[in-house]
Design a protein around this ligand. Structure first.
Ligand code: ADP
Ligand code: MG
Length: 249
């Protein structure tokens, strides 16, 4: 279980201070799929970096299976189990390194035991890529393949929970749907927990059982995804619902 308790984080910006996240509580169990939605600047990415232990909260704490992420040892242990799919996975790949090298890197960093060659092949298989991609570099991959490699890199350490930040925004429609199906499959078939950050409620409805709506660093509404879409009670949720493109009747 990943648990953020009373998370608060401010940043210095110019001469002022931005309160990015203000007292957020967020709990997710393994195997659960939770959406984190809200307008740009509402604090979604900050919540993820706090949950990942990449940044420390000013107040509150993150617990993984009850253990607070305070020391380096605890953060390291949690990071094997809680992995991150960045906002622009394709450009997060290192252009100079082969797919194989990039998938081995987290295994080395977290000193994962076992046969790394087998673990790398397993991760590729989970994203439906064949071993012929192992020797390729980013420029030899299509956008969709690069996206899959980035997801494989998050999967290779055998995580229980994936935190995906706007993983499908900016993709064209067919590619977006492919990646959504892949994430859904990992959640449903492999039982992977998913915290899916998006401002796209249709994607959230496809993937997530429940969602939290952020605005100005606070949770303004939360509940089952269907309920949020059908009867939004906060104006920000209403705006997100209104932004969902409707098919002509
Ligand atoms: P979202 O992901 O919902 O768009 P963010 O978590 O990225 O929102 O940002 C929340 C607020 O914090 C925004 O006002 C943003 O400008 C500010 N912010 C985020 N990261 C930093 C940073 N490293 N330095 C200064 N301000 C930041
Ligand atoms: Mg963001």
């Amino acid at each position: 279980m990943l648990h953020g308790v009373g998370l608060t984080k401010s940043y210095r910006a110019g001469s002022g201070v931005v309160a990015a996240v203000r007292g957020i509580d967020l709990e997710m169990r393994e195997g659960e799929s939770v959406g984190l939605v809200g307008p740009s600047g509402s604090g979604k990415s900050t919540v993820l970096s706090l949950l990942l232990g990449l940044e420390r909260p000013d107040e509150g704490e993150v617990r993984f299976n009850g253990v607070p992420l305070t020391g380096r040892q605890e953060i390291r242990r949690a990071r094997q189990a809680v992995q991150y799919v960045p906002q622009d996975p394709a450009s997060s790949l290192d252009p100079r390194r082969t797919v194989e090298r990039q998938l081995q890197e987290p295994l080395r960093r977290f000193r994962i035991p076992g046969d790394h060659a087998i673990l790398v092949r397993d991760a590729l298989e989970q994203v439906d890529l064949g071993t012929e991609h192992l020797g390729r570099r980013a420029h030899e991959l299509s956008g969709g393949q690069a996206q899959r490699v980035a997801i494989a890199r998050a999967l290779v350490t055998g995580p229980r929970i994936l935190l995906a930040d706007e993983a499908v925004s900016g993709l064209d429609l067919p590619l977006r749907n492919q990646v959504l199906e892949l994430l859904k499959d990992l959640h449903v078939r492999a039982g992977l927990g998913l915290l899916f950050v998006s401002h796209d409620l249709t994607a959230v409805r496809l993937l997530c059982d429940r969602a939290l709506v952020l605005d100005h660093g606070q949770v303004v509404e939360q509940g089952p995804t269907d309920r949020l879409l059908q009867t939004p009670s906060h104006p920000v949720t209403q705006e997100l619902v209104d932004a969902v493109p409707r098919l002509p009747a």
